[in-house]
Design a protein around this ligand. Structure first.
Ligand code: GLU
Length: 497
């Protein structure tokens, strides 16, 4: 790897406006993959200069979301670092100092336009008319010294073209005549994004600004501010954003749930994915697949595998509709892919939340039987909770559960009674041995496997859906399985009588 890779420093710079949204993670993820690909650093910086929009507790939620997703952060408010503080409201003196420097150097000016004046300009359908751009410097300084309210605006070139290089989009060009003299410092002394992020990205030695494409229109302004400071510019990548599942509009931030094509609610906040039983590996894999291609027709891959191949140049510049339908499939793939013991420890909280006292060694035996069955961790309680209920309390399920399609009570009782001695005779009670014995019985009596296996499943689990029947019986053990089958036979006898 070339030596300059060592200097790669990318960042995620969210405004702390509430729970972490998946759209922000998607932008952050591409910066993170890029930093990791080049052995660089990934920095978290909190952009809280719009105090009205800041929500208490957001930083903790952002940090928790990254930790859950397994996206490690090298520097940030929670871990520190050499370039802190990493929270903009703690760096206000920096922005004021640099805004004043730009005024002194003639790159920016104080604007004393009153709210009424600005409202009038807006009403007339014009932008700000630059009325203080050429205001004499001594009068400007004097009015400021007298405490007259003002903002600081950047002096944009009035004509010509601004060109910039974007790592995803190539060269982009902007007509300067369309651009405004943007506000850098507000009258309350707080900076705008335009000033603050540049001061910080410079101070924090950011090498690559990876941010959402909605910042592309301000890119020429930012390039001129970098020039005015005379600082070496970082490289830029304006990332595509996620659209609503119907392809219309940016994936909504405030509306936390909305119906997708199938009418089911769609998770958009990181904690919603967590509580819906998605694995973080699946969520990250899902996001990485949007607008970037692993290649080789592979959709399931680890972060390490993605890092080895990731290049910003390969990101598709087009925004993507949120392909939420893929997530369930990816989740089931990841449930199969992680180690069964790991799956066991991730299932435990869902079982406990459903009220089961979890025996861990039992859970480790159950987990492998669930790997090909679960779509979501949350499905574990309805599917396999019965293992963790007190076995002494087990009662035969009602006849409508026991009796399979196209079967009746007498036929079901007959199947279960016939299975009892066959299972009792097995020394090896492995799923394979059970299967061989029961399948041979089904074949010799002209019954469908489905009817026979299904009757046994219902008898031993009490459910229509469970992990594979013979696995269930192997875990329950021979004595408990036979006991449950006998309970079912007795229940059916009562139903027949
Ligand atoms: N605070 C900005 C935002 O949340 C950051 C944009 C950037 O990454 O520079 O959109």
């Amino acid at each position: 790897m070339p030596a300059r890779d060592q200097a790669v420093r990318a960042r995620y710079a969210p405004s702390p406006t509430g729970p972490q949204h998946i759209g922000g993670i998607r932008s952050a993820l591409f910066g993170w993959l890029f930093a990791r690909r080049h052995g660089g650093q990934f920095i978290l910086r909190i952009e809280d200069t719009d105090q009205k929009r800041s929500v208490r507790g957001s930083v903790e939620q952002i940090v928790e979301a990254f930790a859950w997703l397994g996206l490690d952060i090298d520097e940030g408010p929670h871990v520190g670092g050499d370039y802190g503080p990493y929270v903009q409201s703690q760096r206000l003196d920096q922005y004021q100092r640099w805004a004043n420097w730009l005024v002194e150097q003639g790159h920016a000016y104080r604007c004393f336009a009153t709210p009424d004046e600005l409202a009038e300009m807006r009403k007339a359908g014009r932008g700000y008319d630059r009325r203080y751009r050429d205001f004499p410097a001594d009068r400007s300084a004097e009015q400021a010294a007298q405490g007259m309210a003002h903002v600081i605006r950047f002096k944009m070139p009035l004509a010509g073209t601004t060109r910039g290089k974007d790592l995803i989009r190539g060269e982009v060009a902007f007509d300067n005549a369309q651009l405004q003299d943007a506000v850098l410092l507000k009258s309350d002394g707080f900076p705008t994004y335009h000033l603050a992020h540049i001061v910080d990205d410079h101070a924090m030695r950011i090498s690559h600004i990876t941010r959402a494409v909605e910042w592309l229109p301000s890119f020429p302004l930012h390039l001129h501010i970098w020039e005015a400071f005379g600082w070496e510019k970082p490289q830029f990548a304006h990332l595509p954003v996620l659209l609503n599942p119907n392809g219309k509009g940016k994936l909504s931030k405030r509306r936390q749930q909305f119906a997708d094509a199938g009418g089911k609610s769609v998770p958009v906040l990181v904690h919603e994915f967590q509580s819906a039983g998605y694995l973080p590996e699946a969520v990250v894999n899902f996001l990485t697949n949007i607008g970037w291609n692993f290649g080789d027709d592979r959709e399931v891959f680890t972060n390490a595998e993605a890092i080895a191949r990731f290049a910003l140049q390969d990101v598709n510049p087009a925004n993507s509709a949120y392909p939420i339908a893929k997530l369930d499939w990816l989740n089931s793939q990841w449930i199969q892919r992680i180690h069964a013991n790991e799956l066991a420890s991730r299932l435990k909280p869902a079982l406990e939340a459903a009220g089961y006292a979890v025996d861990e060694s039992l859970l480790r035996r159950v987990a492998p039987t669930l790997q090909v069955r679960l779509k979501s961790l949350r499905d574990v309680a309805p599917m396999a909770g019965f293992f963790f209920a007190d076995w002494n309390d087990f009662a035969a399920p009602p006849a409508e559960i026991l009796i399979q399609r196209k079967m009746d009570a007498a036929g079901t009782r007959h199947i279960l009674q016939s299975a009892l001695p066959l299972l009792a005779a097995l020394d090896d009670f492995s799923p394979e041995a059970q299967h061989a014995a029961i399948a041979a019985y089904a074949a010799s009596s002209g019954l469908k496997n489905g009817a026979v296996f299904g009757s046994l499943r219902a008898a031993v689990s009490g459910q229509r859906v469970s992990p594979p029947t013979f696995d269930v019986m192997a875990i329950l053990g021979k004595a408990e399985s036979l006991r449950r089958i006998k309970l079912a036979v007795a229940a059916l006898e009562t139903a027949i009588a």
